[in-house]
Design a protein around this ligand. Structure first.
Ligand code: GSH
Length: 235
């Protein structure tokens, strides 16, 4: 079995897939790529999407596939390893899916909107409130329940949210003087525990001065630039 992860060290979407590979205990080769450089090779690997992550799989026989997209690759890897990322009960799984859409369609875009908005602007106020409310509803509805956020038994939602929670906690206090994850809260506890996970730490260990490098990478975003499609609200 051969698994390759095409990733970029700074990318939160790719970090989801990377954390999953570690948590599921799969052997893989990490390949660093610049997704913004649309070479013919990269467009072929990414099946025309041009975005990381992409998981490339081959079992050495007839079964091979390239899976672009963070959520689709998480699903694939979880299937491959017969993992426990989804709850087995249909009702709880449906609820997990609901909150996964909430993370992708609301929390993630509001985070980027807030990061990009000029301090003091209407968009800044609006996205800050939307982000805080989005996190609060996730926390109230899911922490401690079988459907969701649980750092002791990480699943789909923990893996999907963590890379963004990490960036929120690092970038927003620095660039926007705002700390969205309160320390004394269930989400704060969840975050602390996820940060201590060996599987999570394995995905930042390769880069020296990781936090400083991330702060530098996101400087253009904090000034209103960077990738645009990440701000699209989907629900
Ligand atoms: N919806 C995609 C988003 C992935 C994404 O936006 N990746 C960024 C890097 S963080 C990328 O590859 N950008 C290159 C581009 O858009 O040209 C996913 O969940 O995997």
């Amino acid at each position: 079995m051969n698994i390759k992860l095409y990733s970029a060290w700074y990318c939160p979407f790719a970090q989801r897939t990377w954390i999953a590979l570690e948590m599921l205990g799969l052997d893989y080769t990490y390949i660093e790529i610049d997704p913004y450089d649309k070479t013919e090779h990269w467009m072929e690997i990414s099946r025309g999407k041009g975005q990381v992550p992409v998981v490339e799989f081959s079992d050495g026989k007839a079964n091979r596939v390239r899976v672009p997209d963070s959520i689709r690759s998480l699903e694939f890897l979880n299937d491959l390893a017969a993992g426990q990322f989804w709850n087995n009960a249909p009702t709880l799984r449906a609820d997990q899916r609901y909150w996964l859409d909430h993370i992708n369609g609301w929390i993630v875009p509001q985070f980027y909107r807030f990061l990009k908005a000029p301090v003091g602007s209407a968009q800044s106020q609006e996205s800050r409130t939307a982000l805080s409310e989005g996190l609060a509803s996730l926390e109230t509805a899911t922490v401690g329940r079988g459907s969701a956020i649980d750092a002791k038994h990480p699943g789909m939602l923990d893996v999907a949210l963590f890379p963004f929670a990490y960036r929120m906690n690092l970038l927003l206090p620095y660039y926007k003087s705002f700390r969205p994850l309160a320390h004394a809260s269930s989400l704060g506890d969840w975050f602390g525990e996820m940060c201590r996970s060996e599987d999570v730490r394995a995905t930042s260990a390769q880069v020296e001065y990781y936090d400083d490098q991330l702060l530098q990478f996101y400087e253009p975003y904090a000034a209103g630039g960077g990738q645009e499609d990440v701000t699209t609200i989907a629900n």
